[in-house]
Design a protein around this ligand. Structure first.
Ligand SMILES: [Fe+2]
Length: 294
């Protein structure tokens, strides 16, 4: 882990925002030494059946940042989510900040550009984002230096973002009793996911880990924070030294039984554009439904 600039002495404050529609947790991460902050994985509200988009969830985050007079530096997407729509451009339009994602977004754009039959006006070079992170890239949030760790497997562009003693794991890991995310989306790979999870588990034992999702398995209350030590000891998919082969076999068998996420079609079209809704030639926001393509 020598190549990553880990600093467990930096202790960001973390405020969580749970979205019950998609079981997503968004975060405001604050520098204790300044007013700077970052937002991780914000959520736009959508009534897909009605084709209606609203921003109650994002407005809560905006209200929080305004209440404490924080300066928003970054809007981080841990990956191109397939189960919820990002509100990053909406929040950016109100508060500023740069939108960042992993540089392998180009692979995701290439794949889904085809699926959604996008024309040449849809750029596949990640230029919709303000910053494309490579493995080990650093960035500043006030006095804190954060870094991105490439963790493919769930999707090719997945990144875990480490800010001081807090890591935002995206869909690399779930809480110990939730295990791990699926690896069967285009560009996903169970073996790669196992390797990426090992990178997370190689972080210091007392690193705080913040999940992107929790589904409250077996009726327990929703939770989103754990530690590396707890995941190593207890994670039902990778804990207690499960081997790569065991994990791949289990993950692939399980993924074959999972239904397609309800919001996958709108999510991909919006999130591969950094959260912008696609528009028709005359500028009307419009989503597509490709038939039998996913
Ligand atoms: Fe995801």
């Amino acid at each position: 882990m020598a190549q990553y600039p880990i600093n467990m002495h930096v202790l960001p404050e973390v405020e969580s925002f749970f979205d019950p529609q998609t079981n997503t947790i968004s975060y405001v991460v604050m520098d204790p030494n300044s007013t700077s902050c970052a937002v991780i994985d914000s959520v736009m509200d959508i009534d897909y059946a009605a084709g209606r988009i609203t921003y109650e969830h994002a407005d809560e985050i905006i209200a929080y940042i305004e209440k404490f007079k924080l300066k928003l530096e970054w809007l981080i997407e841990t990956h191109v989510h397939a189960d919820h729509l990002s509100a990053a451009p909406y929040i950016q339009s109100k508060l500023g900040g740069k939108i960042g994602i992993g540089d392998q977004i180009t692979v995701v754009q290439e794949t889904f550009g085809k699926v959604f039959n996008e024309g040449t006006e849809f750029q596949r070079d990640g230029s919709q984002f303000d910053r494309l992170f490579k493995d080990g890239d650093t960035y500043e949030i006030g006095s804190m230096t954060a870094f991105a760790m490439h963790t493919p497997g769930h999707t090719p562009a997945c990144m875990v973002h480490v800010i001081g003693d807090a890591a935002f794991v995206g869909d690399t890991l779930f809480m110990p009793d939730g295990g791990s995310a699926r690896a069967d989306f285009p560009g996903g790979d169970a073996g790669e996911l196992y390797d990426s999870i090992q990178k997370v588990l190689a972080l210091p034992d007392d690193m705080r880990l913040f999940m992107c999702h929790d589904y409250g398995p077996d009726g327990r209350e929703i939770m989103w924070e754990t530690t590396v030590a707890e995941e190593k000891a207890e994670n039902i998919h990778v804990g207690k030294g499960k081997t790569r082969e065991e994990f791949i076999k289990f993950r692939e068998a399980r993924d074959a039984t999972l239904a397609v996420p309800k919001l996958i079609l709108p999510s991909l079209q919006v999130n591969m554009r950094a959260g912008d809704v696609p528009k028709t030639e005359d500028g009307k926001p419009m989503l597509k439904v490709p038939i039998n393509a996913i």
